[in-house]
Design a binder for this molecule. Sequence first.
Ligand code: ADP
Ligand code: MG
Length: 698
Amino acid sequence: MQTVSDYFGCLVFDDRVMKAKLPSAVYNSLRKTIDEGERLNSDLANAVADAMKDWAVSHGATHFTHWFQPLTGITAEKHDSFITPSPDGGVIMEFSGKELIKGEPDASSFPSGGLRATFEARGYTAWDPTSYAFIKDKTLCIPTAFCSYCGEALDKKTPLLRSMQALNKQAMRILRLFGNTDVKCVHTSVGPEQEYFLVDKALYEKRKDLMFCGRTLFGAKPPKGQELDDHYFGVIKPRVAAYMADLNEELWKLGILAKTEHNEVAPAQHELAPIYTTTNIAADHNQLTMEMMQKVAARHGLVCLLHEKPFAGVNGSGKHNNWSITTDTGVNLLTPGETPYENAQFLLFLCAVIQAVDDYQDLLRLSVATAGNDHRLGANEAPPAVVSMFLGDELTSVLDAIESEKPYSAAEKTVLRLGAHVLPKLTRDTTDRNRTSPFAFTGNKFEFRMLGSSNSISCANIMINASVAESLCQYADILEKAEHFEAALHDLIRETVHKHKRIIFNGNGYDEKWIKEATEVRGLLNLRTTPDALPRILDKKNVDMLTSHKIYSEAEIRARYETSLENYCKTVNIEALTMVDMARKEIVPAIESYTKAIAEACNAKTVAVPGLSCKYEKAEITKLSALVDEIYSATAKLEEAVIELRSAENVTEESVMIRDVVLQRMAELRVVCDEAETLTAESYWPFPTYCDLLFGVH
Ligand code: ADP
Ligand code: MG
């Protein structure tokens, strides 16, 4: 029997394959390109392409594609076969260095926001040699960046790579100041924990809302939800276990380090976490993981729902983004060290993150803003829409001591200059768990918990990397000029703690009292919805920061603003139209049939026994008729609101109309339909219920 280590990464053109298949000079140049970003010359590119093609063909591949991540948030691919005609009437398989390095897909149908004017139809894809090529569906997939004719980034990978570069640049300045000469570069690592729901495919196909919107738009609460907490970490049911086993195998073949799997809080909800890796690879892998989750589900007669809130009344799905900074020498800069020297360096990096989260709360919030995630943030299971940070009591008291220039504890009498001599050795377990914080320190990494389950992790990491790069840049500017490094460092840490401690909150983030304190006392932002959050990206301070670190150009920022808002509007539009359709064509006719059946029963009974009161029938008919009338008018009102959207002058105005009117009317229609569901016989209800969906997979 094949073991996992026999087949792990068998579909990846990874280092093992490169070493085996490439002449050593070519291999060494390619490594230089991967590790140090050196350009590959065309001879070398041809040699790499040829080896890639031979390897891919020997694994059954017939096509290649530049695999990229346009602003739709999903991946895109256009397949070309390797065939080239030969004079004898046959074909040979060919793949050139040019084809490897650059592609020119017709890009006119991808969202480009305001960039379209300068954009023509043409777009370019460019090979990202730092993420390995792989085979999927008999196609050699080459991870690429995607940009416009004029070189503006039209994807999520390019700015992510830029943000990693910006952070590297600034972190290196700091490390040099601490006398570190052996580190050549730093990179960020991410381990994204992915939540999802599994439902039966046959049931899914009976619901237009699930098929068109990925979430239920109607559905009365079942008698049992997640109250008993009996699903979380519960025994995995055989059908789900078979799915997970199959999924792991597919992911392992693709070199994805699928590690942890368990049942989540809501019935039918599960989680998969990989072992963390370099951020851009983690982003590629997370996209592939989401794709595989859906593909493998289909093989098992299941559908994997990646929506943030597929069901009202039970937990939604998020994605926890575990983030850290590591040097090429293998040191995690977020590990509190044991010596004062290391502690001070750790404290400075810690301060950089604290300041970043405080200064750019808005960018972090908007990086996860989608129509789907709006249902989750601030609801009862996820972090609130207010961004704050959890550090744990121990680290918080260390920072308090530094701020007030008091010794950290009586036991430690060391003279404080760096303020850090007394930092105790913090192990993972000494920081308590806090499940409600949006941004939690967990021992040697930060866990950003606001991401929605369907979000690309790129957006959040672009903003985290960029804002931390900005703090570090400010620190380096100060410290490089300082006459007394240690004194300046001490002051810098103290001032940062003083200025930004309002962002630190170790309590319960779900608590209403916290939201009040956060906004009214501490002045933190509460950007509740996507239309509240997204416009902040255009604020001068944000544009200045993002452009100064060359993460985005101004045009690219505007493009992202437009496409994200457009996506919000389109998503809710589709949901509203789906509701109108389901209410009118399915729900109302179902209630009418049921009412008619009751009326007929009533008639039949009074014929059989003249003079019967038929109290039940009359009451039910009266209630259901009133509800049908209400559904009728709520449907009409929702439809009107959707039509009214056409009068919006621009996407910003449309998004506000959606937030203020359309979503309210959707909620109103849902209430009356859900009530009707509870009064209608199950056999008459036109589609599977919450009971069927949430408890239907065994
Ligand atoms: P939890 O109990 O919060 O689920 P886990 O130990 O399962 O925590 O870790 C969650 C994720 O964090 C995993 O993907 C793991 O690989 C990742 N992780 C662990 N250490 C680091 C690190 N230093 N940097 C980034 N991610 C990390
Ligand atoms: Mg976690």
